[in-house]
Design a protein around this ligand. Structure first.
Ligand code: MRU
Length: 384
């Protein structure tokens, strides 16, 4: 039986109420940074994932993202089945963090003496679109098997690999933020979709990391946050992170993005990615493709921010990307209550695919790919 335990944190002791935004004139004219303090612009103060060593562990603690923003609860996974369950339920989510979780999941199996290869396979299949999940689990498995053949401490090797993936992702976030910042105009009104910050990476985030860098640099005028139906990762999680970072932000219904862009109120769209095919097609949270079409129509730059680990050079194009289909209940119900007549079916793909022609640039930690072509991505592949 999967073992999951949870404890509710006293959030008031950990994080105080959000203070007003530190920028001035944020609703008109150019935003001007006043007394920017990095500690005051952190988007999250509770780690999204934490490894617990013996004697309390081995275990993985996860900040339960299904309960945010109302409750900050930790889910403790003491074995791989409980982690797989947490991944499927979106307790832990977002491509880069899934890569880290996959690697720590393999380390957990190794520490317990479980069948490590079988666990890596199970983890990789838990969410089929997010390429980092199988990639992270595979890297930890390789490290484990190499150590085993060399008669070294194999569980320790898997754990070290997981830690190194998490550290590398934190560094990648910082590099993406620096490179992406160069694409943000002064006084930018940015629109984003889904959730791409510290809750889903080892650092400050992918797309949200760029927004945070813009906020810290005083060039962000407003962040517009798509609510991101059906599971509301935007309104529940991105708004939570933006509020913590004292960032001027507004949540909008996904369908309102069209009129906002038509009114000339958006200067830039930035989103993350779950898998990028070799031709530059980007799978990301459902609704991303629609935003890209809108941005193209309104001549608004559409920028994808993702680490190189999210690029899948083994998948030729967008049509070859497996799209995760999720339960109809996520569409027909909200917060457990029905919002459609009983018996209604639902179409619920978790992701959609944006073709490269609609993407102005892909920001990675190594370089900015612009224009987005298979040839330009190939250069990146050779450099890794
Ligand atoms: O289904 P989710 O919530 O895991 O989807 C997450 C996204 O689509 C993110 O935009 C993507 O993983 C990039 S995270 C930095």
């Amino acid at each position: 039986m999967p073992q999951i335990s949870s404890r509710i944190l006293d959030a008031t002791k950990i994080i105080g109420p959000a203070a007003p935004c530190h920028t001035r004139r944020s609703c008109g004219g150019t935003a001007v940074a006043v007394g920017v303090n990095l500690e005051q612009t952190r988007s999250v103060s509770i780690p999204a994932l934490r490894w617990i060593d013996p004697p309390a562990g081995p275990a993985i603690e996860l900040l339960d993202q299904t309960r945010l923003p109302a409750v900050e609860t930790i889910v403790t996974c003491t074995d791989a089945p409980s982690l797989v369950d947490a991944i499927r339920r979106l307790v832990v989510r977002g491509a880069p963090l899934l890569g880290i979780a996959g690697a720590f999941g393999v380390a957990l199996a190794a520490a317990r003496g479980d069948d490590v290869a079988a666990v890596a396979e199970e983890l990789a299949g838990a969410r089929p679109t997010a390429v980092n999940l199988g990639w992270g689990a595979g890297r930890a498995l390789d490290a484990y098997q190499r150590a085993l053949s060399a008669k070294r401490d194999a569980p320790l090797a898997a754990l070290r690999e997981a830690r190194s993936i998490a550290d590398a992702d934190a560094r990648a976030c910082a590099q993406m933020a620096a490179l992406g910042l160069a694409l943000v105009p002064a006084g930018a009104r940015i629109l984003t979709h889904c959730n791409t910050g510290a809750l889903v990476t080892g650092g400050d985030g992918t797309a949200f990391g760029v927004v945070l860098a813009a906020h810290r640099a005083g060039v962000l005028k407003m962040l517009y946050v798509d609510e991101t139906r059906p599971l509301l990762q935007g309104s529940r999680l991105t708004a939570y992170e933006a509020g913590r970072a004292r960032m001027p932000h507004a949540v909008l219904a996904d369908a309102a993005a069209a009129s906002l862009m038509a009114a000339g109120e958006i200067d830039l769209v930035v989103v993350g990615a779950d898998r990028i095919a070799a031709d530059g097609s980007v799978a990301n949270k459902v609704g991303t493709y629609g935003l890209a079409v809108l941005a193209h129509h309104h001549k608004v730059p559409f920028v994808v921010v993702a680490p190189v680990s999210t690029i899948d050079f083994g998948t030729a194009d967008g049509a070859s990307i497996t799209i995760e289909q999720r339960s109809p209940d996520e569409v027909t119900h909200m917060a457990g209550r029905p919002v459609a007549p009983s018996g209604s079916g639902a179409y619920n793909p978790a992701f959609d695919v944006t073709p490269p022609a609609l993407i102005s640039a892909i920001v990675t930690e190594s370089m900015v790919i612009q224009p987005v072509t298979a040839g330009n991505l190939r250069v990146l592949n050779q450099g890794t």
